[in-house]
Design a protein around this ligand. Structure first.
Ligand code: ACO
Length: 150
């Protein structure tokens, strides 16, 4: 089923989500750092200005607290006849809310965004620990991720 559990809603991120716990949800994933409201709003405004490229969805509970988040970035290429690839990034569900299919709903919704933007594929990088989760979302393992960190 593609229905969220009762009491949960998915919607695009808003500037006001700064006060609704979105950064704490992302802390489940990685280091977020101390982000001031102005910095958050500047990033939000950039995404909003480029809203055919940056898509961030949140799931909120009945009290409008953010319990899940995920992003898609649409990359417009030359190959594949000027095709698009959609990258799924920064998926996180609050620890106490995991196992309720919220992650699955976020991935399905971001994948739909990719399709609606005309992407010929949707890709993501993840740790070995998350491979089963993404397989359950329909993804298959391809290639090797490499990185150069600064
Ligand atoms: N290993 C094996 N199976 C898993 C895992 C896992 N790590 N996580 C979820 N599953 C399974 C569930 O059991 C469920 O299976 P079922 O349909 O047979 O019942 C299915 O995958 C869907 O699970 P959800 O309930 O939708 O998963 P959840 O809402 O807990 O979200 C997530 C999964 C996002 C990985 C969450 O555990 C989380 O936030 N983890 C910490 C942050 C993180 O690692 N994020 C992903 C980083 S990769 C990236 O961002 C591209």
């Amino acid at each position: 089923t593609r229905e969220l559990p009762a009491g949960y809603t998915m919607r695009p991120i808003r500037a006001a989500d700064y006060d609704r716990g979105v950064l704490d949800v992302l802390r489940v994933l990685t280091t977020v750092g101390d982000i001031q409201r102005e910095e958050f709003e500047a990033q939000f405004n950039y995404w909003f200005k480029h809203n055919d490229t940056y898509f961030t969805l949140v799931i909120v509970n009945e009290f409008d607290r953010v319990v899940g988040v995920g992003s898609a970035v649409v990359e417009r290429k030359l190959i594949h006849k000027c095709g698009n690839v959609t990258h799924i990034e920064d998926i996180a569900v609050a620890r106490s809310e995991q196992g309720k299919k919220l992650g699955l709903h976020i991935i399905h919704a971001l994948t739909d965004i990719g399709k609606s933007q005309g992407a010929y594929k949707v890709i993501l990088d993840c740790s070995e620990d998350n491979v089963r989760f993404y397989e359950k979302c329909g993804f298959v393992r391809v290639g090797v991720e490499m990185s150069l960190k600064f």
